[in-house]
Design a protein around this ligand. Structure first.
Ligand SMILES: *Cc1c(COP(=O)(O)O)cnc(C)c1O
Length: 363
C-alpha cells in the first residue's frame, strides 16, 4: 500500500477551533493580552496539578529558560554538557558567555555518561547542563552526588519531558533548575512556549523577576532581566491542548507500541528507557547498524513521501561555531539515528506502511 499524502516526523496537535474560541472569548472580555493574565495563571495552576509539581513558571519558549538559568547559575564558567541534544542546549551556553565542555553519552540511554563527568570538572566549572534525551531521564542520582561533591549547579534541559515521571514523581523536580518546551512540535504545546521549574524559593524569586525585565513594580528593579513572558493567546492554546492531553498521550503510546511490536530489531536498535521511568512516548528514535543503512532507509522512505528526521544530527561538538573535543559515541549515534513519524493522528495503517518499508532493508 502507498500513501496519498506525505507523512512528516511530527504534526502539531490542533484542538477543535470551537474550544480555542471559548478561551479567546474570555481574553476579549478581559481585554488583557499578556503580563500574567487570568488564562496564564489558570494554565499554571492546571499544569501544577497535572504534573504534580510545587512551582512552575510558564515562559515564552523553552530556550530562554535555559539562558536565564545559565545567566544566574553559570557565572561565565565552564558548563559540563551533552553533545547529544538539540542545538539550543549548546547555543544557550555560548550565548550566555559560558563555555561548553562536552562529556560523551551512554550508548544505550543516550543521556550524558555520568561516569565520565568528574574527569571533565575543572576549577572553572560552574554547572552541569544535561538533557533528558527524548524524555529519557539522565542518571539523576549520580549527577546530584557529583554536583554536591564539587559544589556545582545542575540544570536539566527537560524540553522533551512533559508528563515524564521518575521514581514516582515528575522529572521536573530534579536538578537545581529544570526547563521544558511547549513548542508546537512538542507533546504538549502552546504554539511557542515553555516553562521553568525550581524548588529553591530564593532562586525561584530571582528567576521570576528575571523573566519580566527584572521589574519590582513599575518603577523599580530587582536586577537584570529579560522578557520571557507568555501571552494570553498562547496560554489559551495551552488550556485547550491540555484538555486533550490524555488522548494525545494514549495515541502516541499506541503508535510507539505498534513500532516496537512490528519493527525487526536485528540490525537496528531502540533507545533504552531508564529503570523506574514512566515515559511519555515523545519520540521514536531508531539506531541503525551503520550510517549507510540509515541513508538507504531514509531514501526509501522519502521516495514514498515519508519524512522522518535525523534527530539529533550532527553531534553538537561538531557544529561549526562550537569548539568541542571529539565525542566518539555521540558522533557515532548521531550519524545512525533517525526519529520515525510519531503523532496522535498517525494511523496504524500508516505506521504499518512505514514498518513494511523499513523491515526488508534492515534484515
Ligand atoms: C525544543 C527543544 C528546545 C528548545 O525549545 P523551544 O521552545 O523551541 O525554544 C531545547 N532543548 C531541546 C532538547 C529541545 O528539544
Amino acid at each position: 500500500m502507498s500513501l496519498s499524502h506525505p507523512i512528516y516526523v511530527t504534526k502539531s496537535f490542533f484542538p477543535p477551533l470551537k474550544e480555542y474560541n471559548h478561551y479567546l472569548e474570555r481574553i476579549w472580555k478581559n481585554e488583557w493580552l499578556t503580563n500574567r493574565g487570568e488564562l496564564t495563571l489558570e494554565l499554571e495552576k492546571k499544569l501544577k496539578e497535572k504534573l504534580a509539581v510545587d512551582t512552575i513558571l510558564i515562559t515564552n519558549n523553552g530556550t530562554i529558560p535555559l539562558q536565564i538559568a545559565l545567566k544566574i547559575l553559570g557565572n561565565y564558567g565552564e558548563i559540563i554538557t551533552t553533545p547529544f541534544s538539540y542545538i539550543a542546549t549548546t547555543s544557550a551556553i555560548i550565548w550566555e558567555n559560558c563555555t561548553p565542555v562536552f562529556v560523551d553519552i551512554d550508548p544505550d540511554y543516550l543521556t550524558i555518561d555520568e561516569l565520565k563527568i568528574e574527569a571533565a570538572i575543572t576549577d572553572k566549572t560552574t554547572a552541569i547542563l544535561a538533557t533528558h534525551v527524548f524524555g529519557n531521564p539522565c542518571h539523576v542520582e549520580r549527577i546530584e552526588e557529583i554536583a554536591k561533591k564539587h559544589n556545582l549547579h545542575v540544570i536539566y534541559d527537560a524540553a522533551h519531558c512533559f508528563g515524564v515521571n521518575y521514581k514516582g514523581q515528575s522529572i521536573f523536580n530534579y536538578g537545581t533548575v529544570s526547563t521544558c518546551s511547549f513548542h508546537a512540535t512538542k507533546i504538549f504545546h502552546t504554539g511557542e512556549g515553555g516553562a521553568i521549574f525550581c524548588k529553591d524559593q530564593k532562586l525561584y524569586e530571582k528567576i521570576f523577576y528575571s523573566h519580566n525585565f527584572g521589574h519590582n513594580g513599575p518603577e523599580d528593579f530587582h536586577g537584570l532581566g529579560i522578557n520571557a513572558k507568555i501571552s494570553e493567546l498562547q496560554s489559551a492554546m495551552g488550556l485547550t491542548v491540555l484538555n486533550h492531553f490524555d488522548s494525545i498521550f494514549e495515541n502516541r503510546k499506541r503508535v510507539v507500541d505498534f513500532y516496537t511490536k512490528n519493527l525487526k530489531f536485528e540490525r537496528i536498535s531502540k533507545i533504552k528507557i531508564r529503570e523506574n521511568t514512566e515515559w511519555n512516548y515523545s519520540y521514536y528514535p531508531v539506531i541503525f547498524e551503520s550510517e549507510e543503512m540509515l541513508l538507504t532507509v531514509l531514501k526509501t522512505l522519502n521516495d514514498n513521501k515519508i519524512y522522518p528526521r535525523r534527530y539529533f544530527y550532527p553531534s553538537l561538538n561538531k557544529v561549526n561555531y562550537v569548539h568541542g573535543a571529539n565525542m566518539p559515541i555521540s558522533e557515532s549515534v548521531a550519524s545512525r539515528v533517525l526519529c520515525l513519524p510519531l503523532y496522535k493522528d498517525l494511523t496504524d495503517e500508516e505506521v504499518s506502511v512505514i514498518v513494511n518499508l523499513i523491515n526488508p532493508l534492515t534484515c
